[in-house]
Design a protein around this ligand. Structure first.
Ligand code: NAP
Length: 469
């Protein structure tokens, strides 16, 4: 393939990546976005393979087979495990960048260092630093989310932690500067090895003080590091597609992390250095209060007589895979002329868009999914707020309790509805590990049980009931 044809294909692939990100903005076009991304990546691999300098085709075949062998099982994980799956993808991206940078450095050093210009060497050092720290950092993040036994969930902190981390980075950067200035020095390969080791260690040290609760945000940040490593790799390999794709990856990761921080009312530095999740034990110690439980029969009568029902899904709906039953309940209520809306909190569940994906899977019309800001003004008019496995995102402590770890996080005002039915299995707290005032409110009735079973019972009650009228 000629040089210009390869470059043209790269431009088309870049455009497809841009469209992919744009289409993924809305549920209605998200599927198209995924296809655009897949086609863009296939074109990128094909055009690179066709470059005249690629002579070892067997290695390419091995790489493609390996990619399929790892990628296909990874694509089959349940939706609830997608955050850790994503972290694993970033780990592979970081490892690839780190290995390519390392190989290029030692190859060019062996050839007499003429190729190691200041610009290229700087790019290699950045690539290796970011690549390897993304590798170990993402593995740690995935391990924390998967609750791997030997990785502590709680933040691990010790005195002087930030100073140690920053000190390590300064030493690594200092070695990097020395190599850029003297790429042909006899000590350069050893110093380079030192940078690799420190980057690997830094990834682990960066993640251990961060609690499991903040991992999804950290994963978005690591996503942007992986993107930046790819940009540096693009400069090293003189590959424009890697530069543009890496920049898109890096900036979208950063934007996502910022959106998530805003939705939790946390600052970036607070996520990275705040050791969130440490104080949770103290909050559970309050006096034991009573929940009011309701029966399925009673709840279905109230639901049937409502004008407006707002369903607020959360992580529990994902765990129970209750979305299809929720759809049946939606149909039953609609049949009775009840207006049903879904209130979507930006961080409900465990990843952005989690609820949208589940509800779309159950074919619930997008027009009935309402964002938090918009639905909150309707909440006082709602006859029933039906909370399906959500907890933190409806906790009024976020509005009123200055001492609460979630204080300031915007919530869905379920407590302002006339009646609240809350479905969960037990009295256990949610992700942030804190009690929820909503469940003790005069207006709230608990429907204890697995979300899929409880909603299934509600539907059964209603479909049986409708025959009798
Ligand atoms: P949550 O606070 O984690 O609460 C989920 C509730 O679902 C739990 O209280 C649990 O209670 C219940 N549950 C679990 N399995 C269930 C089942 N099978 N049937 C019925 N109920 C079940 O969830 P959330 O309200 O969706 O809030 C999300 C949390 O994740 C927030 O704290 C948010 O900051 C955090 N987070 C989200 C993202 C994101 O991108 N979405 C990113 C980072 C952090 P039981 O155990 O009693 O059943």
């Amino acid at each position: 393939m000629t040089y210009s044809l390869v470059q043209l294909t790269y431009v088309v692939a870049t455009a497809l990546f841009v469209f992919a990100l744009h289409w993924m903005n809305a549920p209605a076009t998200a599927r198209r976005g995924v296809y655009a991304g897949v086609i863009g990546m296939a074109l990128a691999v094909a055009a690179t393979w066709a470059r005249p300098e690629v002579v070892h085709h067997l290695w390419m075949v091995v790489a493609v087979i390996l990619a399929f062998a790892v990628g296909i099982p990874l694509s089959r994980v349940p939706l609830t495990a997608v955050p850790q799956r994503t972290a694993l993808s970033h780990a592979f991206g970081g490892l690839a960048a780190g290995l390519v940078g390392t190989a290029k450095f030692y190859l060019w050093y062996g050839e007499g260092s003429a190729e190691l210009t200041a610009f290229r060497t700087t790019a290699i050092i950045l690539e290796v630093l970011l690549g390897f720290l993304t590798f170990t950092g993402s593995l740690m993040a995935a391990g924390k989310l998967q609750e791997v036994k030997w990785i502590p969930q709680r933040p691990v902190t010790y005195p002087g932690q930030n100073v140690t981390n920053i000190g390590l980075m300064v030493v690594a950067a200092g070695l990097g500067v020395a190599i850029v200035l003297h790429p042909a020095a006899a000590w350069a390969p050893v110093a380079f090895g030192g940078i690799v080791a420190m980057s690997l260690a830094f990834g682990v040290l960066l993640i251990i003080p961060i609690g499991g609760a903040d991992m999804p945000t950290v994963i978005a940040i690591l996503n942007s590091y992986a993107g930046l490593a790819a940009v540096a790799m693009g400069f090293v390999l003189d590959n424009k597609l890697l530069i543009t794709a890496g920049a898109l990856d890096g900036s979208s990761g950063l934007i996502l992390a910022i959106i998530m921080c805003k939705a939790m009312n946390r600052s970036f530095t607070n996520v990275m250095f705040g050791a969130f999740g440490q104080v949770q034990q103290a909050a559970a110690g309050g006096e034991a209060r009573e929940y009011k439980a309701e029966t399925v029969e009673g709840a279905s009568q109230v639901l049937e007589q409502a004008n407006l029902v707002v369903i607020i899904p959360g992580y529990g709906m994902a765990v129970a895979q209750a979305q299809h039953k929720v759809r049946e309940l939606y149909d039953q209520l609609k049949k009775r002329g009840v207006t049903v809306k879904f209130a979507i909190h930006p961080v409900a569940g465990r990843m952005p868009g989690h609820m949208n994906v589940l509800l779309a899977e159950a074919d619930i019309p997008y027009t009935d999914l309402v964002e938090m800001d918009e639905i909150n003004s309707d909440m006082p008019q709602a006859d029933v707020a039906l909370v399906v496995g959500a907890n933190d995102v409806v906790n009024p402590a976020a509005r009123s309790d200055k001492g609460s770890p979630i204080y300031g996080m915007p919530i869905i005002d379920a407590d302002r509805a006339r009646t609240v039915f809350a479905i969960k299995r037990s009295k256990n707290p949610g992700f942030a590990g804190i009690d929820n005032e909503l469940y003790f409110s005069d207006r709230t009735w608990m429907l204890f049980g697995d979300a899929k079973n409880v909603i299934g019972e509600l539907v059964k009650q209603m479909s049986g009931g409708s025959g009798m009228h």
